[in-house]
Design a protein around this ligand. Sequence first.
Ligand SMILES: Nc1ncnc2c1ncn2[C@@H]1O[C@H](COP(=O)(O)OP(=O)(O)O)[C@@H](O)[C@H]1O
Ligand SMILES: [Mg+2]
Length: 385
Amino acid sequence: MSESNIFLDRSKLSARYIPNELHHREKEMSLLLTMFKDSYIKPDAFLFSTPQIIGRSGIGKTSTIIKFSNMLESEFTRAGLTLKVAYINLKLQGGNKYAVYRFLLEKIAPELPSQGLSAEEMLRYLLSYLYENKLYTLIILDEIEFLLRSNKDSGIIYDFTRLNEFDLSKHCNVIGVIFIARSTDFHDKIDSSELSTLGRIPIEFLPYSVEQISDILVTRSSESFNPKVVGTDIIDEVSLITTSSQVGGDVRYALDLLLYAGNLAETNGSDRITLEQIRKVHGYNRPSITIEDLKELPKSYLLTIMAILKVQSKRKKQYIELKEIRTFALELADEYKVKKFEFEDCMNDLLERKIIEMKSLKEIGMNITSLVELEPLLEQQINKK
Ligand SMILES: Nc1ncnc2c1ncn2[C@@H]1O[C@H](COP(=O)(O)OP(=O)(O)O)[C@@H](O)[C@H]1O
Ligand SMILES: [Mg+2]
């Protein structure tokens, strides 16, 4: 059953959706699978590994690594072993070491208390927990650009590249840490001892060519739109726009263009997307949120946006802190009885869609002009859901 004349399944265009097929990342995927092959074949002889994935925004780094980690998880299961994957996005967790370790501990060993432990104790607990319970872990650290440096203690990168040296009497059951970043600029922020354990040679993800983007969009469109809604003229135009220097190869932008043009086509009652609609949406510069979009967003997203508006008006400033938004959003979720509220995921998605903007953890704002207008409309939508 399709959702409308236009959409088969709109959610397949969301940033949280990881497609089954990731065209043109086969080489990177198989390189990673080879690197980690022995981790499930000879787990106790496997040497801890710390690859770095480098490449610009929107070219499939996160998707490829998440998909790889799912495949690795299945290989572990097939071998009668358990792999727990911990994905940490530093943009949202903050580069704060203590917060990152606590998140890690809660994710991998929820039954262990993390209160009152030092950062180092948390890592020790984690490693012996994995060892005692015969569990393995892969850690993924995404968006390292957002790493904050405190000069008091050793950095996260230093700790994470030396997890295997923490307790030499036991095998380290963390099989690896994958670092993901936009460029190697973060090498300048870490000291030379960190850099030498990390290694200077990254796995580079190159931007897709026009042809590659077009292959990707054909598959993505077939999952999200009804047949014939997206013609080859549309695929060609969107692929060209995406590889322009203005957009810089960001596939997220291409998917957003299709989504917003699809919404437009739906509102206009057309049965296919036209080039004019694509150009119109592209002309808006970067798509931000419209009232029509609000109707499409899940309740938890609306609550997150609401939290931002409330904190903005309480603080009387445009840019506010992530911490405060989180607290407010959780209260709202409680009030509106949203049970499964995944704040981090909502924020991430809204950021990737450029609906909200983040300069730093302390400076988050909305990419929108008329705030006053938005609040009552938002409330109305939330109450409808
Ligand atoms: N090869 C691909 N096939 C299908 N979709 C892709 C592919 N590469 C990227 N995407 C999509 O583009 C968007 C951005 O990808 P992402 O992995 O988040 O990029 P990055 O982490 O490099 O910024 C996601 O919605 C993802 O699903
Ligand atoms: Mg990413």
